[in-house]
Each structure stands twice: as structure tokens, then as C-alpha cells.
Design a protein around this ligand. Sequence first.
Ligand code: GTQ
Length: 368
Amino acid sequence: MAKIEDIAGRARVHDTPELEEFYTRLDAVGTGALWNVANEIEPWYPQPKSVPMFWSYEQMRPFVVESATLVQGKDAGRRVIYLVNDGRRELAAAVGLLYTGIQIMNPGESMTAHRHAASALRFVIEGTGAWTIVDGDRLKVGPNDFAITPNGTWHEHGNEADDNFVIWQDGLDIPLVNALDANFYEVHPDLYQVPGKVNNTSILTHGSGILKPANRNWGKPYSPLLGFPWVQTRDALENYGKVSDGTEYDGVIMEYVNPHTGGSVMPTMGAHMQMLKPGFASKAHRHTGSVVYHVAEGKGHSIIDGKRYDWKEHDIFVVPSWSWHEHHNDDASNPAFLFSFNDFPMINSLALFAEAVYEDNGGYQELA
Ligand code: GTQ
């Protein structure tokens, strides 16, 4: 049944026996009448299938830990409990075309090397022994560190501690790459990579934040810096916060960048860290693009499409495209830090960015 909108310029053709018989004959030859689907496939504004969702770390952690006793890393490939959006089950997406999951590695455990056309990122939650080897660079990562595994890079992960788990959040663009029918997967021919002699080569080379090596070209479409340590990140936000209140919608917000270009870390996914100053309450806005948030530090709440979600450290929540959202730091003396990753690089490169701000009268004003 066509969705009728009795408005000039929209499809408003009512069924008749004659038309129904016509539609049957169209269907038989692999065709259809546009006016029966036009109002569905050309919505007035984005109609995400994803819904806002919130996952409490306290609630998820026991399941993640249980998985470490139930399956072996060598059988699972990666031992991950992934987050399912109620509106996106069939795609294994947490929001929009973004996937996220919580990965756990037992003390001393390591996973086999592989690569895929999907890009990946990690945000570390727990553990002192986490490492990941990305195209031969062995990165050591700790809580609240951010690391990337761009599309096509070999990667394998492990935990070198002998007495504690590594738990981190994975973010991938798997649903996007599958939607484009462009995914490939390869297991490393030797199952493991041979890492370079020095750990954190990419951070030592590109991580200063103020200098880049002279006479060194970088021709790849992603950041040559693969790891983004928390201490430096937090300092950058605190320093910027001394001279700026940031934006009304996000507070003090900074993007993790490809130091070679100043652009997003990978072609499909970008990532931010934002600091909500003590007691800060943002205004609401909405924009195209999907976002997965991870509470790095502090406690507060966000209101997404009119519903309140109270959050604290390591909770995860998602804001679907074109959903109203605002963030509040409920602590009057300490800042809160929200890590997030998104599909903005795609939205922007396809010229699909749009934003609207929420006005006090409950209406909204288009910005773009
Ligand atoms: O480590 O590359 O959570 O390929 C899901 C798929 C992690 C990974 C996931 C993956 C990875």
C-alpha cells in the first residue's frame, strides 16, 4: 500500500482495480511505479532506523567476563560482545552503519593477525597489558587510550599482563562496508606478524603534536599516527578549556587528527574527545551523521530525542542521525570527558552534512 500524502508535489495516487492490475504486471517484469514508494524513499528529513540506545558498563561487564571463560580466543578470532541497536539487528550495527563491541583478552592471551576492508578503532577500558600490532607497529595501549586500525592494515591484539584482563571497545564501519558490498577479509599467511624492534613507532614518529618529520612523505589515506594516548589527550582538552568554552552544543570538543593532513584519522570514521566543564549543560541540536559515545571520565546525563540517559564511566550510548541531543555534566566540581566516534568523514565528503538547533520555544532553526 502506497503511503499517500495529500500535498501538492508529493505522491497521492489512490489504488484502483485498474492500477492494481497494472502494478501486478509491472512487478512481473521486475519494475514498480515510483509514486507508490516515493513518499517512503524520499522522506522530508532523515528517518533513521536506528534508535537512541544506552548500555551500562556495569551491566555489560559480567557478560564480557563470562565470555572469557566460555570461548577461547583462538576459536572466536576475537572475543567480543557486540552492541545491538533495536532498529539495526540484521546489520549488527550499534547505530547507523557503525558497529561497536566490547572485546576481552585473558592474561597472556593473543589473537591471530588478519586484515579487512573495514576500518577499526579501539578505546581502551581496562588492563595494563594491552597491545595491538598494526602493520608491524606494536602499540602498547592503556585505559582511555585511542588506537586505529585503518582499512587494509594487518592487525592482531594481545594482553601481556599476567594478572588482569584487557577490556576495550572496538568500533568498526563493517555495516557501511557491507552496505557498499565492498568487504574483504584475509587471515595473515603466517598467522602472526613480526613486530618492529621498537614499540609505538608511529607515536614516536608522528605523535609530538607540534612537529612532523621533515622530508617524509605519507601517501596513505589514513593517519600515520596509530595511537593517541589519554594523558596527552586529556591535557590538550584541559589546556584548550583554559581559553575557550567550546561550543554551546558540545562544550570543549577536539577531534583526533591525522597529523599529516589535519583531517579525520580515517576516511570513513572520525573520533572526538570532549570535555564538559563542571556543571556544564549544553543546548540541544541535531545533525546528519551517527555517533557512538563512550564516557571516558565523570558522570552526567544526555537527553536524546526527549529521553534522559544518566551515564558514568565506561557507559556507552548512541545518537542516531538527525536525533536531538544535549549533554550535561552533573558534577559541579569535576569535568566530564566523552569519547565518541562517528561517520562524519563520509557525511562531509559526500556533502550531506546538515544541522539544526533546538530553540527554547520547542521549534527548530535550520543552520545548513
Ligand atoms: O579486531 O578487527 O569487534 O574484525 C569485530 C570485527 C573487532 C578486529 C571486532 C573485527 C575486529
